[in-house]
Design a protein around this ligand. Structure first.
Ligand SMILES: *[C@@H]1O[C@H](CO)[C@@H](O)[C@H](O)[C@H]1NC(C)=O
Ligand SMILES: *[C@@H]1O[C@H](CO)[C@@H](O)[C@H](O)[C@H]1NC(C)=O
Ligand SMILES: *[C@@H]1O[C@H](CO)[C@@H](O)[C@H](O)[C@H]1NC(C)=O
Length: 617
C-alpha cells in the first residue's frame, strides 16, 4: 500500500514530484501528504522516516499523554479516544486547482495583461508575509495581471530540537538565506529556518478560484526554465535570470510577446507612494472628475486651512474626515455631511476610503474599522491610471511598501473598491483545509474544557518580542497577569452583552455568529485559551496552573500523526491557533503591535463575532 502510494505519486504527476525534490532537496517532502486524502498518504508521511517515527513517539507522547494523566478525567474527558478520520472526507471540488498542468496555467495567465511581480520580503514572519500577499493580490487585480508569488516561505521555529524539523524540511541559516544580519547575535540554533512550500500556509485551490496568480516555480515552467533551484532564496525578483526564459503567451493579443524573453517594467520603490503623493486605486471616478479645476477664493482658503492641518499628521498624505470637517466647520458653516462634501469639492479635496489601524498604528493591517480620509487633488495619483497600460510582460514593484501603509498599500476612491480589498483579507486568503480541520477539533475540545460555556482567549507573544523589548510586560508572570485582568473585565462584559443588540464588525457581507453569542458566559474559574510562543516547560506548567489551556493540552498523538510533519513547525501551530481563536473563542485580547493579532481580528470579523468582543492594545 505504501509502495502504491509512492508509485501513484510518481506515476500520476512525475513533474511536480521531481520539481519538489529539486526545490526542497528533501526526499520526504510529499506535497499531497498534508491534504486529507487517504490513510495511505498519512502512513506514507510517517513511514518515510524511521527516525522521525521514533521521535514522534518520544516527543508527542510526552505532551499528549501528559494531559491524560494530569487531567481529572471524570471532570472533563476532552479526548474521546477516537481518531478523527478527516482523511475520509470527500475531495473538495477545488482541489484540482492545487497542481495545474502547463496548459491550465497558460490558459489562466493568458486571461490577464501580464505578470505582476514583487520583491517578497522572505525575511519577515508569516503574518507580515500574509498581508503583503493580500496587498499584492489587490494590486495585481487592479491591473488585471497575474501575481507571481514565492513558491516557498520560511518556517522560523521548530517545536522540538532543530534536527527533528530538519528531517522533514530543508534547514537553512535564515540570515544567509535572506541576506540579513538581524539574527547573527542569537545562538546558532535560533538562526535557523526551514523551507516550506507556500501551500502549507495558504489554501491555494480556494485562492485560485478567486484570483489570478502563479508561483515562481510555475512561472519557470511557463517559461521553459527547468532549474527550479534558481528561485531566489530571499524572495526577491531576479531581474536577470527570471528573464532568460521564453514567453509563449500573447499578452493583450500581441504575437510579438511570443517566443522571446519576457520584458520587464520596473516601478522604482521611491516612485510608488512618496510622501508627496496620496496613492489611490484609480482616479477614473465621478467623484474625482467633480473636483473644481481652478479654485475660487473661498476654495483656496479652505484648501490652505486643510493643508496646514495635514502637515501635523504623521503620514502627511491624508486627513481624517472628521478632523478635516472640524477644521473648516465654522468658516464654511457646515451643518450636514452634504455641506462638508460641497466645501471639499470647492477646496479640491477628495474623500477616500480605507481602514483605521489599531491604536492609530499600521501594524495589524486589520480591515474591520472602515474610515474616510480626505486628500488634495494636487497630491492624488491613481495606481491603475499610471500602470494599467504598461505593455511589458512583467511589471515589477521594487522593494518593500508595507511599513506605515494601510491594508492594500493604497487608499480607495469608492467603498466598493475598498470592500473588494477587504474581501481578499476576510474571505479569500485562508489557511489550508487541514489547518482548519485541526482547528475545528481543538475548538470542540476547548468547548468541553469549559463545559460548553463561552470561552475567552489571549495571545502572549514572548520570543522575538521579548528580545526587541516589544513584549507587553517584562516577565512572563506579569504579562500573563495582565491578560487575566483584561479577561476578567471581558468576562463581565460577556455577561452584560445583550443578545438582542448585536454589533457585527463593519465588513462586507457581515453576518452574526448566533451560536457564539447564545452561549452561556464563562465562569470566573473557567480556563482561558492561551496562544503563545513560550516553550519553556517550567513556564508552561506555571501558566497551566494559573488557568491557561494551551494548544498542546488539546491535541493527542493521533492528531499529530494525522496532520503529519508540518505540525512540527511553530509557524504552522500558530496558523492553527489563529483559527482556533478566530472561530471558537467568545473574546480575544492581544497586543496591537503583533500581526498575529491582526490576523485573528480579521478572522473573528469574518466569523461574525461581535465587534465588542475583541481587544488589541
Ligand atoms: C479514554 O481512554 C481512557 C484511558 O483508557 C479512559 O480512562 C477514558 O474514560 C476514555 N475516555 C472516553 C471518553 O471514552
Ligand atoms: C518549451 O519546451 C517544450 C518541450 O521541450 C516545447 O515543446 C515548447 O515549444 C517550448 N516552449 C517554448 C516557448 O520554447
Ligand atoms: C484582462 O486582460 C485580458 C487579456 O488582455 C482581457 O481579455 C480581459 O478583458 C481583461 N479583463 C479586464 C477585467 O480588464
Amino acid at each position: 500500500m505504501l509502495e502504491m502510494e509512492e508509485e501513484g505519486l510518481l506515476g500520476n504527476s512525475p513533474a511536480p514530484h521531481k520539481r519538489l525534490q529539486n526545490l526542497y532537496h528533501s526526499r520526504r517532502f510529499n506535497l499531497k501528504a498534508f491534504i486529507p486524502r487517504s490513510r495511505a498518504s498519512v502512513l506514507y508521511t510517517i513511514s518515510a522516516s524511521f527516525a522521525g517515527l521514533f521521535l514522534y513517539f518520544i516527543f508527542f507522547s510526552s505532551t499528549g499523554f501528559g494531559l491524560l494523566h494530569t487531567a481529572d478525567a471524570g471532570e472533563w474527558a476532552i479526548f474521546d479516544n477516537k481518531s478523527h478520520p478527516i482523511s475520509d472526507l470527500p475531495l473538495l471540488a477545488s482541489e484540482g486547482l492545487l497542481e495545474l498542468s502547463i496548459d491550465e496555467l497558460r490558459e489562466r495567465v493568458s486571461k490577464t495583461n501580464g505578470y505582476f511581480a514583487r520583491d517578497w520580503s522572505l525575511s519577515l514572519g508569516w503574518n507580515n508575509m500574509r498581508y503583503i500577499i493580500e496587498g499584492g493580490l489587490s494590486q495585481a487585480r487592479l491591473l488585471n495581471r497575474t501575481l507571481v508569488l514565492p513558491s516557498f516561505v520560511y518556517a522560523r521555529a521548530c517545536e522540538f530540537s532543530n534536527d527533528v524539523c530538519a528531517k522533514h524540511a530543508k534547514m537553512v541559516n535564515r540570515g544567509d538565506a535572506v541576506g540579513s544580519d538581524e539574527w547573527r547575535s542569537l545562538p546558532l540554533e535560533k538562526q535557523m529556518a526551514w523551507v516550506i512550500p507556500l501551500e502549507l500556509m495558504i489554501d491555494i485551490p480556494h485562492l485560485r478560484a478567486k484570483h489570478q496568480f502563479v508561483t515562481v516555480s510555475e512561472y519557470f515552467r511557463l517559461q521553459n526554465i527547468t532549474d527550479l533551484t534558481k528561485e531566489k532564496t530571499n524572495g526577491h525578483w531576479d531581474r536577470e535570470f527570471y528573464h532568460t526564459g521564453i514567453n509563449d503567451i500573447p499578452f493583450r493579443g500581441h504575437r510579438s510577446h511570443v517566443g522571446v524573453h519576457p520584458s520587464l517594467y520596473k516601478i522604482k520603490n521611491g516612485d510608488y507612494d512618496p510622501k508627496t503623493i496620496t496613492l489611490l486605486d484609480t482616479l477614473d471616478v465621478d467623484s474625482y472628475r467633480a473636483l473644481s479645476n481652478t479654485l475660487t477664493e473661498t476654495g483656496t482658503q479652505y484648501d490652505s486651512m486643510l493643508l496646514e492641518k495635514m502637515k501635523e499628521n504623521r503620514n502627511r498624505v491624508a486627513l481624517d474626515w472628521n478632523t478635516a470637517r472640524d477644521v473648516i466647520k465654522d468658516i464654511a458653516n457646515i451643518k450636514t455631511d452634504e455641506d462638508f462634501e460641497h466645501a471639499l469639492r470647492l477646496a479640491g479635496w477628495l474623500t477616500t476610503y480605507t481602514w483605521q489601524g489599531a491604536i492609530g498604528m499600521e501594524m495589524t493591517k486589520t480591515v474591520v474599522e472602515p474610515i474616510r480620509q480626505v486628500a488634495p487633488r494636487s497630491m492624488l495619483r491613481g495606481w491603475v491610471d499610471q500602470f494599467y497600460d504598461k505593455t511589458e510582460d512583467v511589471l515589477l514593484l521594487e522593494g518593500e511598501v508595507h511599513l506605515e501603509r494601510k491594508p492594500g498599500f493604497m487608499r480607495f476612491t469608492t467603498t466598493e473598491a475598498r470592500d473588494q480589498m477587504g474581501r481578499i483579507v476576510l474571505y479569500d486568503l485562508r489557511p489550508p483545509a487541514n489547518v482548519r480541520d485541526l482547528a475545528a477539533l481543538v475548538i470542540s475540545r476547548m468547548d468541553k474544557v469549559n463545559h460548553g460555556r463561552a470561552w475567552m482567549a489571549a495571545h502572549m507573544r514572548r520570543g522575538d518580542f521579548d528580545r526587541l523589548g516589544w513584549a507587553m510586560e517584562k516577565t512572563l508572570q506579569d504579562h500573563f497577569n495582565r491578560l487575566k485582568r483584561k479577561l476578567a473585565t471581558a468576562r463581565e462584559l460577556l455577561e452584560r452583552l445583550p443578545t438582542s443588540d448585536p454589533h457585527p464588525y463593519k465588513i462586507p457581507d457581515a453576518h452574526l455568529n448566533v451560536e457564539l453569542t447564545m452561549r452561556e458566559p464563562p465562569k470566573p474559574s473557567d480556563s482561558m485559551y492561551l496562544a503563545t510562543d513560550e516553550r519553556e516547560e517550567e513556564n508552561l506548567e506555571w501558566l497551566r496552573k494559573n488557568g491557561a489551556t494551551l494548544f498542546s493540552d488539546l491535541i493527542a498523538p493521533v492528531d499529530r500523526e494525522q496532520f503529519g510533519w508540518p505540525l512540527l513547525f511553530t509557524d504552522i501551530v500558530a496558523l492553527v491557533e489563529q483559527q482556533v481563536i478566530g472561530y471558537g473563542s467568545s473574546y480575544f485580547y492581544a497586543h496591537a503591535m503583533s500581526s498575529f493579532a491582526g490576523g485573528v481580528i480579521n478572522f473573528r470579523a469574518a466569523n461574525g463575532c461581535d465587534e465588542r468582543t475583541g481587544l488589541v492594545d
